[in-house]
Design a protein around this ligand. Structure first.
Ligand code: FES
Length: 135
């Protein structure tokens, strides 16, 4: 891991904290950022960002990586985060994820759950379609 790495740490019962060289792209604007707190409970009124709704909604998740992970070696560079309407955050670029249990995974194209209901958090597993997630 270098200082140029983009790192995601899911907070226990809270948002995804991402640090690095980030661009968060929404229909309204493009934000260049060094860190972002991304909603992963599905209830923020300021999506894709956290507004604290995880506390109000009682969101509960241990922030561990799934048991089975496909990981790849990634380099450095910028990470572009694009929320897909009614679906996950599409993250293009090198990203290292740290679980609360100390395990890691890396990828260059990552779809992060933002509906709160995936069984493979932090990854999207398609559950947003079943629950009719809007956001
Ligand atoms: S955004 Fe949550 S499962 Fe896809």
């Amino acid at each position: 891991m270098t200082s140029d790495s983009n790192i995601l740490i899911s907070q226990v019962n809270g948002p995804n904290m991402v640090t690095g060289e980030l661009s968060v792209v929404t229909p309204a604007r493009v934000r260049a950022m060094r860190s972002a707190m991304l909603c992963r409970c599905g209830h923020s009124r300021d999506k894709p960002f956290c507004d604290g709704a995880h506390v109000r909604s009682g969101f509960s998740d241990p922030a561990q990586l799934p048991a089975k992970i496909d990981s790849e070696i990634v380099g450095t560079g910028s990470l572009t985060i694009r929320p897909i309407a009614n679906g996950p955050n599409r993250c293009e670029g090198p990203l290292m994820m740290l679980g609360s249990d100390g395990r890691t995974a890396s990828s260059t194209l990552t779809f992060l759950c933002r509906c709160g209901e995936s069984r493979r958090k932090p990854y999207c597993d398609g559950t947003h379609k079943k629950i009719g997630f809007r956001g």
